[in-house]
Design a protein around this ligand. Sequence first.
Ligand code: G6P
Ligand code: ZN
Length: 583
Amino acid sequence: MANFKVSRVETTPFEGQKPGTSGLRKKVKVFIQPHYLQNFVQATFNALGADRVEGATLVVSGDGRYYSKDAIQIITKMAAANGVRRVWIGQNGLLSTPAVSAVVRERVGADGSKATGAFILTASHNPGGPHEDFGIKYNMENGGPAPEGITNKIYENTTTINEYLIAEGLPDVDISTTGVSSFEGPKGKFDVDVFDSTSDYLKLLKSIFDFPAIQKLLSSPKFSFCYDALHGVAGVHAKRIFVEELGANESSLVNCVPKEDFGGGHPDPNLTYAKELVARMGLSKTHSEPNPPEFGAAADGDGDRNMVLGKRFFVTPSDSVAIIAANAVQAIPYFSGGLKGVARSMPTSAALDIVAKHLNLKFFEVPTGWKFFGNLMDAGMCSICGEESFGTGSDHIREKDGIWAVLAWLSILAYKNKDNLGEGNLVSVEDIVRQHWATYGRHYYTRYDYENVNADGAKDLMVHLVKLQSSIDEVNTLIKGIRSDVSNVVHADEFEYKDPVDGSVSKHQGIRYLFEDGSRLVFRLSGTGSEGATIRLYIEQYEKDSSKIGRDSQEALAPLVEVALKLSKMQEYTSRSAPTVIT
Ligand code: G6P
Ligand code: ZN
């Protein structure tokens, strides 16, 4: 047993340590400045208060991006010095964001201990490496992100901080081997427990899904499967869950070895960045694939996002959550007793609304950000939720869960094909989506992203759009001058949300133009970028007529897109003639 002392290190505040939608995200070169990470960690401990820190059990892990290993050692030493009793670390410091949430909620240590919180080291879908992004966020005892009350306090503390505590004499821990190491400090024992990254998460997923049914589907010669982790942390879990537990071929895994720089890629699962998967699934414009798999999916760096694809077919995230909700009770044992309610973020299409109406379910429309779902779930009001930004999940944890979404889709496929795996034709992903549209109607949907544009230009564009809202008549005159085949705007506002659980009000959550025929245009500034500003434009049109649900979505939405771009003067304000990403 090694002994350590507590040393107090003098420091001065850094500007801009304000946690965004999902924690503090900055370039690595910012994070590696002496004291930078330390200040933020100490500010967090101080915001939590001694009650929640002394004697605590803290999870510290992440997506394995560049600087994670150093950060884990620093946080461990600071935790020891601040009186934390135990630090739990996933082997090699790797735990997806949903796995962290599962560990916080479910894991019981050998001595009966339970986690009280977690530092998650990730910048999610942002690139990694020495010249890219690092990030850190704190999750609470319920496994969900710290509420604004705490993150505001953290920020306040970062502006006045003058010292931090760190253990002196505590050796670096070997995070590559599982096992518990014990140390002794001035306040008593301190343990570092390095554990298998997937076991606890897997155990939870096994209690939700019918694994034997999924295994049967995956082993059928009629079915084929492909999973791309984009070199993020989901690869570690995918190997164990899809290959070792469910019997998928090892060759179904693409980019499933985590890399500190995500192989130089952008670990965001969409049609632009998940290039290899898109090609394998027969969706590439430049490469033709003779025999794509039946099902494909991708994850982001920290494994909470997902993209679901069928053979030569893209499932929009807004449709995905609606389809999961529509089939959950039949196909997923965890939901067999019924759904408590469903929820989506405001810019997500209204496909879920229609399902909720049909099934008579409680329904909530919340601002962008997973924390809003967490409140509903803690209050027992919501079982399944999702966002257009490739996030889907349920109340099994308090983060979105990429692998959960894949297992949900595999469960639906297994259920729809339970009598087809021998004789008969396989019901494909595309069949399921088209049947869904035939029943509920189709929400044509697309999102245009203008990444890293000039921040002032972006702000001016938003101001311009809010100003326009003061006269709907004028807006309609403008629209008619752009496209006469687009319906009238009947309402325009900035989305505002009153949380039904805690009564808090969130204002300015996106600019909306709502049309007579149910179409919507939504403009938002991203809250997750680390440089410049990113404008997101969401375009949606509802089609109930079953003879019109089979169109190409870009073609169907072209008139609305033209209206959106001209109405907002996108090119004028951003100097961009095209978006960076279209999903
Ligand atoms: C994170 C949050 C999501 C949110 C997404 C939007 O992934 O966890 O809840 O939908 O960011 O990001 P944006 O860049 O649009 O603010
Ligand atoms: Zn993520």
